[in-house]
Design a protein. Structure first.
Length: 389
């Protein structure tokens, strides 16, 4: 790789530019002839994500300050002004960025598919996060009398830790309704929190030959058809039963047998009850899968803490959607770079180092080739004073 390129340009070389340009051509967007191209806009927004810009003014102030580097960073021959970028975010078709985000998700999955996981199979965690918005600025997203907000419904591949599906809705949309938009894969397993406990929708998963694991919301009435009431073992599984619901409504919504597992968590000193239609995995493996559901919570935490999805660079719904999709693109880009370079660091550390080095011309590999400071200097945590001088 050419070390004379800026680190940011070396990063964006991992983006499939031709695929993005084909998406732009298919969109027939009337703004394609503008001086700021879709590609220029995408790169500026990625730059803003990595640099942690909290406002559109901050982002454009930085790019204008480095206008001499604009062409080499991919922003175009002339600096992008705040009014130009604001219009592009407000008027351009967000579906171009949405489609590209899904393509980046596929690329990131392929790069990270070799990550080790305790179980063989395809496992997804599904959950949502709410992003609060200012009512006076985002009236289109009102969901309470004094509050606005949106929800990002996400399906996370537990093995690769990449979000494979994301749907943006008004915050008023209930979580269980988002289950209807999931394209269930046969023999894949979907892990839900108890907020998604809807037996009719869970039975649909069973009908399409997919699996689910979900935590109990309220103890329904049931009869035990197989399994012991109390187990004694070293795997902390207290009950492993096959049951059938007996309540009139529940047995109508889920007429088949289902597995019920009670698990004691030593770390939290409490018990959890899970339901699943997977009769092939051990009860301890079901508990392990639900424990890994927290990866989607960590993904949301990463998204909100290290990418710009809480303060927005535009007030329109279109601008908000574009920014969220660019945040996902940025996450996938860093995940791909981490997989390619193998720096033995997590994604957060990689993003932090790259974000602070975008305008230097070092080889991107050299940023991660140095030994750890503590190892290099054998730092044992003790303060050493030099009295020889």
């Amino acid at each position: 790789m050419n070390i004379k390129k800026y680190v940011f340009s070396q990063m964006t070389s991992f983006l499939p530019k031709r695929y993005f340009e084909r998406l732009v051509e298919k969109s027939n967007d009337r703004t394609k002839s503008w001086s700021i191209s879709f590609w220029n806009q995408l790169l500026v927004l990625i730059f803003g994500q990595l640099d942690g810009c909290n406002s559109l003014r901050e982002l454009t102030d930085i790019t204008i300050a480095h206008s001499s580097k604009s062409y080499h960073l991919g922003f175009g021959k002339t600096p992008i002004t705040r009014s130009t970028l604001s219009k592009a975010n407000m008027l351009r078709n967000y579906r171009v960025f949405e489609s590209f985000a899904y393509h980046m998700v596929n690329l990131a999955q392929q790069k990270r598919i070799d990550k080790e996981f305790d179980l063989n199979g395809t496992f997804y965690a599904f959950d949502s996060t709410t992003i609060d918005l200012c009512l006076s600025l985002y009236d289109w997203a009102r969901f309470r009398s004094t509050k606005s907000g949106i929800k990002v419904h996400t399906q996370l591949d537990i093995r690769t830790e990449i979000s494979t599906s994301f749907t943006i809705t008004d915050a008023v949309v209930h979580d269980v309704n988002a289950m209807d938009s999931i394209a269930y894969e046969p023999f894949a397993c979907y892990i839900f929190d108890r907020g998604y406990f809807d037996l009719r929708r869970l039975y649909h998963i069973n009908e399409v030959s997919s699996f689910f694991v979900i935590r109990e919301k309220r103890r329904p009435k049931y009869e035990i058809t197989a399994g012991e009431d109390v187990l004694e073992g070293t795997d902390n599984v207290l009950q492993d039963q096959t049951i059938r619901f007996t309540g009139k409504r529940n047995c109508t919504n889920y007429p088949s047998e289902i597995k019920r597992i009670v698990y004691y968590s030593p770390e939290m000193n409490r018990t959890f009850t899970y339901y699943t239609n997977n009769f092939y995995l051990k009860a301890s493996d079901i508990a392990l899968l639900y424990k890994n559901r927290w990866k989607v919570e960590l993904f949301f935490k990463f998204l909100k803490q290290h990418l710009r999805v809480k303060s927005f660079w535009g007030n329109s719904e279109n601008a908000v959607r574009i920014q969220i999709y660019v945040a996902i693109i940025t996450y996938c880009l860093v995940a791909i770079i981490e997989s390619e370079l193998k720096p033995n660091r997590d994604i957060y550390e990689v993003m932090r180092i790259l974000g602070s080095s975008m305008l230097v011309k070092d080889n991107i590999k050299d940023l991660f080739s140095h030994a750890e400071y503590d190892i290099l200097y054998k730092n044992d945590g003790q303060l050493e004073l030099d009295f020889t001088s």
